[in-house]
Design a protein around this ligand. Structure first.
Ligand SMILES: C[S@@+](CC[C@H](N)C(=O)[O-])C[C@H]1O[C@@H](n2cnc3c(N)ncnc32)[C@H](O)[C@@H]1O
Length: 307
């Protein structure tokens, strides 16, 4: 096994000495003391460093990523939860007050690791929310299921759990772009809260993303301008701007009554998209009070609307 000094200089050449020192320490910690429930992605420090030098995100190598007080399992190709998503999910949890007497049905579209609904389930009182989480990727649904177990949140094969004394999580493999999505028995509208961090990156921006993202994270988790027959009423320039999923989600809410009156819709958006997404949900989702929340870096990051 190469000595640590050699590994440090290899890693320093790739990411700079300061980052290399910190990352090497985290790698050593992950090997000697792996977080409970995480099977280590690597068996040795030299394997970890070799993967990192090849440009793989650190989180995949360590096998976990903090999300609020949770420590979620992550592995390729499921999108690594980002700090901006963590920030608005914590704020959303604080801004709403479900209780066991008036529990929320929560629907998270495009759930990935399950980070958004699992954090809400963790933070809200037991029996105050029953979350359904949708994703098109079997890898994501498998990982979200594992993360629920890891976070001690009960998983139900069916969403019919509204009288359960605990918070519950129901992960479902489904394509929200499918014509019949809203009519499937798996959904139980109306929901009190609908959340989503959908794919929103336009092709032109995707093309110039760093290899550390493109080579490891699922393209379906990122690209927001996929062609969809359901986006037929959408202005063609909106597809090129990565807005396809917002049109679809707004139509699901507006036409299919997915959100109850007084319910909340929270959508993460990409850079420069907030005003257009606000206009889309206002026109199609039948919502009125619309707010835009900024992320900790001052960027408009979430459109929050009430029906
Ligand atoms: C930007 S990621 C967000 C993941 C997670 N919510 C988060 O914030 O880290 C988008 C997710 O949408 C899923 N997705 C893409 N197309 C979808 C579709 N048509 N139906 C359902 N899920 C889809 C991807 O598999 C991916 O997990």
């Amino acid at each position: 096994m190469p000595v640590v000094r050699t590994l440090l200089s290899q890693l320093s050449r790739a990411i700079g000495r300061q980052s290399a020192l910190s990352e090497l320490r985290w790698m050593q910690q992950a090997l000697s003391n792996p977080p409970p429930g995480i099977s280590p992605a690597c068996r040795s420090l030299d394997e970890m460093v070799a993967r990192r030098v090849r440009g793989e995100p650190l989180q995949y190598i360590l096998g976990s990523q903090p999300f609020g007080p949770l420590d979620l399992a992550v592995r390729p190709p499921v999108l690594i939860p980002r700090p901006e998503t963590e920030d608005w999910t914590l704020r959303l949890a604080d801004s709403l007050t479900p209780s066991p007497a008036t529990p929320f049905r929560t629907l998270d579209l495009c759930t990935g690791t399950g980070c958004i609904p699992l954090l809400l389930c963790h933070l809200w009182p037991p029996g105050s929310t029953h979350a359904t989480a949708i994703d098109i990727s079997p890898d994501a649904i498998q990982l979200a299921t594992e993360n629920a177990a890891r976070c001690g949140i009960s998983t139900h094969a069916h969403a019919h759990a509204s009288t359960h004394p605990e918070n519950t999580f129901t992960p479902i493999l489904a394509d929200l772009m499918h014509l019949d999505f809203a009519n499937q028995a798996l959904l139980e509208p109306p929901y009190d809260l609908i959340t989503s961090n959908p794919p929103y990156i336009p092709q032109a921006e995707y093309d110039v993303l760093p290899a550390s993202v493109k080579d490891h994270e699922d393209i379906r988790a990122l690209l927001g301008d996929t062609p969809s027959p359901l986006a037929s009423g959408m202005p063609s320039q909106d597809r090129a701007k990565g807005l396809t999923f917002y049109h679809r989600i707004a139509a699901l809410v507006g036409e299919h009554g997915l959100l109850r009156a007084g319910g909340t819709l929270a959508l993460e958006v990409g850079q420069g998209q907030a005003r257009e997404v606000a206009a889309i949900v206002q026109a199609k989702a039948g919502v009125d009070k619309i707010d835009v929340w900024k992320d900790p870096w001052g960027k408009e990051r979430v459109v929050v609307a009430r029906r």
